[in-house]
Ligand binder design. Structure first.
Ligand code: SF4
Ligand code: SF4
Length: 369
């Protein structure tokens, strides 16, 4: 399918079509002062005319004068919660009988409108962990069932936040893979591109007209403008040697003096996958539930083995997170664990910025690289 044009006032046709096809449709909505992913009934539920201002440790929504649908940049939620649930029961035991949770296989078909390039890149990183392939011998059935039933309507970013650095990670702001439909918002229309057979099928039922070359050029300029406006970048060149040859660098103490070990950065990160499992036992002793729950390398428990705490200091826990995320992830999974979404910078209560931490170590005179 060629890139086509959808009039702005027909965006609701897309929501309606997806709902008619049996999808639960999620999209950005304003909740608790932030743009979150929630169920939408129509395009009228989308936060039109809203921009997000993001800086280290700071996020706020402001009105935008131009009334666009997708003027804000990513909120705290990525696709992670939809595929890798924050908590789920894996099996239950009742009166000695074990029952595995089959409910995940019944995951409802879900369409997400508004996934950004970094969200999709984050999902592709998690695919390497949760789906069997070159980097994993095991498919997680819960993740796989939800992933299979996901229909993604991506949105190319035409604006970057102050904390974005996807351009330096090669993950955005243009969506390049794993989408069903991709939209680019212009003043009076959306440019629509299909990325899968399912996307083509939906596109065929939309009131589309061929996009003139001037629209395509305007879209390219807007996406390139978003990339150029990014003020942060992460230099990944030789980053494994840089960090692992400098595990005793004084910068780790410096960052530890600012880090609260709150794990906000992990919770908002689209690629972090650490979790713990525990049993919740009924008071009657007749039943228990075995649960999987998100965890983080910032918790003391996560680094505990047989009661011994492997990383008692915050310095060790921050270093563990950063060295894995941007360095040892590469030999483990073939890509960086960071897609440059900037969420960990925006949502860190003390404004710690991983790009600055890496740059500070790199800038040390006489460093072992
Ligand atoms: S880096 Fe920031 S968000 Fe992450 S644990 Fe430390 S204080 Fe919390
Ligand atoms: S480490 Fe930070 S910038 Fe990188 S993907 Fe995770 S949340 Fe986004």
């Amino acid at each position: 399918m060629q890139t086509a044009r959808l009039a702005k006032e027909r965006l609701d046709d897309l929501v309606r079509l997806l709902r008619e096809r049996g999808y639960r449709v999620l999209g950005p909505r304003v909740r608790a002062g932030a743009v979150m992913l929630d169920e939408i009934d129509s395009a009228a539920d989308l936060p039109r005319g809203v921009k997000s201002a993001q800086e280290p440790g700071s996020y706020r929504l402001v009105d935008s004068a131009d009334g666009r649908y997708f003027d804000f940049v990513n909120g705290p939620e990525s696709l992670k919660r939809l595929l890798f649930a924050p908590e789920e029961t894996l099996w239950t035991v009742t009166d000695g009988e074990v029952r595995f949770n089959e409910a995940a296989a019944e995951a409802p078909p879900t369409a997400v409108i508004g996934a950004r390039a970094c969200d999709i890149a984050g999902m592709r990183v998690q695919d390497r962990t949760f789906l069997a392939g070159q980097y994993s011998s095991h498919t997680d059935p819960y993740y796989a069932a939800r992933r299979e039933k996901l229909f993604l309507v991506a949105v190319n970013c035409t604006r970057s936040a102050g904390t974005c650095f996807c351009a330096s990670m090669g993950t955005g702001p243009r969506v390049r893979e794993a989408f069903d439909l991709a939209l680019t918002e212009l003043d009076d229309c959306f440019l629509v591109e299909a990325g899968s057979a399912a996307g083509e099928n939906v596109a065929k039922q939309l009131p589309l007209v061929n996009a003139p070359a001037s629209d395509r050029a305007a879209a390219d300029r807007a996406i390139e403008g978003a990339a150029k406006s990014q003020v942060r970048r992460l230099d990944s060149d030789g980053i494994y040697e840089l960090l692992f040859n400098n595990l005793e660098h004084p910068r780790w103490d410096d960052v530890a003096s600012r880090c609260l070990s709150c794990a906000n950065c992990v919770m908002v990160c689209p690629t972090c996958f650490c979790h713990k499992e525990h049993d919740e036992t009924g008071l009657d002793g007749a039943q228990s539930a075995h649960k999987r729950q998100w965890d983080a390398c910032f918790t003391l428990g996560h680094g505990s083995v047989h009661g011994a705490r492997l990383r008692p200091q915050i310095r060790q826990r921050y270093r563990q997170w950063l060295t894995h995320k941007v360095a040892s992830w590469i030999p483990q999974f073939g890509v960086s664990g960071c897609v440059g979404c900037g969420r960990c910078i925006t949502w860190c209560p003390t404004g710690i910025d991983l790009t600055e931490e890496v740059a500070a170590i790199r800038a040390t005179p006489g460093l072992r690289g």
